[in-house]
Design a protein around this ligand. Structure first.
Ligand code: FMN
Length: 438
């Protein structure tokens, strides 16, 4: 793996113009160098937290949910009674607020089987940017979900896709026709996809886990990146957010949104201090009222401790952060040869669920093979993650499925509404800025 040479340590600049500068992909500020390997799984112990303010009125509390004793791990800032006034001059009004046309620099990321129309529209209505997870939707489901979001809000929202899906260009055309504001991608989307969207006025924002990837996609003309650190949920990289975010922010000119390990207003201010233009959260939004994950599954997340997650390649061959469950332990112990038949079966179920025909699956497989140099065994395993996620997130069969999560689950205690969550984050961020004298 490569990294860049630290020639200059330029702090993120304050820009006079709020307009996005995405079209001119300026040269990056650093050169590549080798990067030492890092541990793939972090096991941080749960810390005791000082709670100075009264406990919030949470709908479901972790204190109730978990049996272990210890201080409740809730945000210390009560939600304000009413929605806050729009403050364009606030430090919290960042470049992504201008770029995406949103009130707060808070993004709810695309999460397969989790972020549907309900969560996405709630986030956008509340002033953040909601993102529909389309990689696990059929084309008609995606069309329907977009229509539902538009019925519920007139605010901007995004759609998360996989650029290696066989019908990606059809989906791109749908986003263009529906005037979706932002296309987000789990990996680098490819120049053709970026150009087609850009020419039609759709903003693009891939998720990256290393600086060199941010530099590559900036050169393709993407409008922003989400830099996800290793503490983040689902497929994740090796570099912690505290190192990745300032590194990427200093290397590229487009806005960089921090992801991995965020849940509150202090985190938002920290992300801004590290050069980010906002935060993107998966796990925190999974644990809201509007997320349609079954309640008993949400309770498992609430009970998870900060060291209760693991990064494993046993699911689909790619590092993925999940809750450590009996199934994960079993998969990790399994001989790779016995994993393959299960993966092949999952590939067949995925075909059925997503309405993909065998020729389409093969075409998709070929594209993935070319793009990612996977073996056929790895390819069949790639279907594992979505099917095993569906088993738990949609069907509620926890023993048969996986529970992708960020480490932040270990310090989340309650399940607020999306609006309460966003208002609380902004209130806490403002208090934090005031405390710091900003
Ligand atoms: C249940 C779950 C499903 C996810 N599915 C996707 C996905 O389909 N596409 C994607 O780009 N990222 C996916 N992710 C990653 C999130 O979009 C996000 O980047 C990550 O959760 C951020 O870290 P956090 O959980 O600490 O907030 C998923 C994460 C979770 C927890």
């Amino acid at each position: 793996m490569t990294d860049q040479k630290r020639t200059t340590k330029t702090p993120p600049k304050k820009r006079k113009s709020a307009a996005p500068k995405a079209k001119s992909a300026r040269p990056t500020k650093r050169k590549a160098k080798s990067e030492p390997p890092e541990a793939s799984s972090a096991k941080s112990p749960t810390k005791k937290r000082k709670s100075t303010a009264p406990k919030t009125k949470a709908k479901v509390t972790k204190a109730k949910a978990r049996k272990s004793k210890g201080p409740p791990r809730v945000s210390s800032i009560p939600a304000p009674a009413a929605r806050r006034a729009y403050r364009p001059k606030s430090a919290l009004h960042t470049r992504i607020c201008e770029l995406f046309g949103i009130e707060y620099p808070i993004i709810q990321t695309g999460m397969g089987w989790v972020s549907g129309a309900s969560l996405t529209s709630a986030t956008s209505s509340a002033g953040g940017l909601g993102i529909l997870a389309a990689a696990t939707m059929t084309f008609p489901e995606l069309r329907e979900a977009i229509a539902k979001v538009k019925d519920r809000t007139d605010k901007p929202f995004g759609v998360n896709m996989r650029a290696d899906q066989s019908d990606v260009m059809k989906r791109v055309q749908l986003l263009i026709a529906e005037r979706v504001k932002v296309a987000s991608f789990a990996q680098a989307p490819g120049e053709r996809v970026v150009k087609t969207l850009k020419d039609a006025g759709v903003l693009t924002m891939p998720t990256i886990g290393a600086r060199r990837h941010a530099e590559k996609v900036q050169a393709w003309g993407v409008d922003a990146v989400i830099a996800q650190g290793q503490e983040g949920g689902g497929h994740t990289g090796q570099i912690p957010t505290s190192i990745l975010l300032p590194d990427v922010s200093a290397a590229v000119d487009i806005p960089v949104v921090g992801a991995g390990g965020f849940r509150d207003g202090r985190g938002l201010v920290a992300a801004l201090a590290l050069g980010g233009a906002g935060i993107a959260m998966g796990t925190r939004f999974l644990l809201t009222q509007e997320s349609q994950v079954p309640d008993h599954v949400k309770q498992i997340y609430l009970k998870t401790k900060a060291n209760g997650t693991v990064v494993t390649t046993a699911v689909d061959g790619h590092p993925q952060r999940v809750i450590r469950t009996a199934l994960i332990e079993q998969l990790e112990k399994a001989n790779p040869l016995t994993r393959f038949p299960r993966a092949a079966l999952n590939a067949l179920s995925l075909m059925k669920v997503t309405g993909t025909s065998l020729p389409e699956l093969l075409e998709e497989g070929m594209a993935m093979k070319q793009n990612q140099e996977l073996t056929w065994a790895q390819l069949a395993m790639a279907a594992n993650a979505p099917m095993l996620t569906k088993a738990s997130m949609v069907d509620g069969k926890v023993a048969a499925g996986i529970l992708p999560t960020g480490q932040i689950a270990g310090v989340i205690d309650e399940i607020p509404t999306v609006s309460e969550l966003i208002q609380r984050i902004i209130a806490e961020a403002e208090q934090t800025l005031a405390r710091l004298g900003a």
